[in-house]
Each structure stands twice: as structure tokens, then as C-alpha cells.
Design a protein around this ligand. Structure first.
Ligand code: FES
Ligand code: FES
Length: 157
């Protein structure tokens, strides 16, 4: 089918591209915009490695058509730090040893960022629930929960 001209707003920047109707947001981010921080894991909605935020809510970009999010605010891991400063969630992940191979980390950080935007003081269970769609093969999750709680504490003060 014919490509359609579309404007995507990613990390506050407008990108005008001709997009195929069947192109996923993940494909467009990685292949057209060069934003490879969003990872292609299962490519089928199972692992969460491709998680991005759309209007602040976590979305699986491998299951989302790019044309469906025209006009929405898309945030990828590349847009999370500000002025070269890591986001508190990123800093806490680093400090708590919550990153091993790092493949799951962009999706985890974005899911955690969305959680902390709606819940400033989540319990460990609430953190686990919010991250339940993000799979990690390396860390055993405990350090990830520690990191999110540390970030929450710092963001409250
Ligand atoms: S790559 Fe999207 S859920 Fe696994
Ligand atoms: S750090 Fe390797 S998959 Fe999570």
C-alpha cells in the first residue's frame, strides 16, 4: 500500500516522514529516525523491550502502528535525560546495579518513569505490577525494584 506523509513528534521534535500503513512505531523509530534505544526483542508484545511513552503512558511500539500515533507526544529513552543529566530513574538503575546486559533497560526505565508520574510513593508490589510487562533475563528484578524505589524517594525530596 502507498506510504502516507505523517508527522511524528518524538522527544519534542517533529519528524515528517512517508510511512507505510503497516509500519510499526518501533520500525519507524529505529529504521527511519535512527532511535535505536527502543529494542526489538520478541516483536510480538511479550517482552516490553520496545516500550515507549505515548502521551506519558507506556505503549508497546512493536504492536503500535506509527500512523496511529500521529499528533501524540512520543517519548523514547533518548528523550529521558535532560541537558546531559540522567533522569533520576536512570541514575538509580546505574547505582543499584539494576543494569546487566541492558537490553530491557530502556523499556524498564520508561515504564518506571510513567509509574512515578502517577504514583510518587509506590510500594514494591506496585513497582512489580507496573513493570510486569517488561521482562529481564539477567537481574532477577530485585535490584530493579530497589532502583525504582530509590528514584521515587529522590524525586519526592
Ligand atoms: S519487542 Fe515489543 S513486546 Fe517484545
Ligand atoms: S539487564 Fe539483561 S535483560 Fe534485563
Amino acid at each position: 500500500m502507498r506510504r502516507r506523509l505523517c508527522v511524528l513528534t518524538v522527544n519534542g521534535e517533529r519528524h515528517e516522514r512517508a510511512i507505510a500503513p503497516a509500519a510499526t512505531l518501533l520500525e519507524v523509530l529505529r529504521e527511519d529516525l535512527g532511535l535505536t534505544g527502543s529494542k526489538r526483542g520478541c516483536d510480538g508484545g511479550e517482552c516490553g523491550a520496545c516500550t515507549v511513552l505515548v502521551d506519558g503512558e507506556p505503549v508497546l511500539s512493536c504492536l503500535t502502528l506509527a500512523l496511529a500515533v500521529e499528533g501524540r507526544a512520543i517519548t523514547t529513552i533518548e528523550g529521558v535525560s535532560t541537558d546531559g543529566e540522567l533522569h533520576p530513574v536512570q541514575r538509580a538503575f546505574e547505582e543499584q546495579g539494576a543494569v546487566q546486559c541492558g537490553f530491557c533497560t530502556p523499556g524498564m526505565v520508561l515504564s518506571a518513569k510513567a509509574l512515578l508520574a502517577r504514583n510518587r510513593e509506590p510500594s514494591r508490589e506496585e513497582v512489580r505490577l507496573a513493570l510486569s510487562g517488561n521482562l529481564c533475563r539477567c537481574t532477577g528484578y530485585g535490584r530493579i525494584v530497589d532502583a525504582v524505589q530509590l528514584a521515587a524517594k529522590r524525586m519526592r525530596t
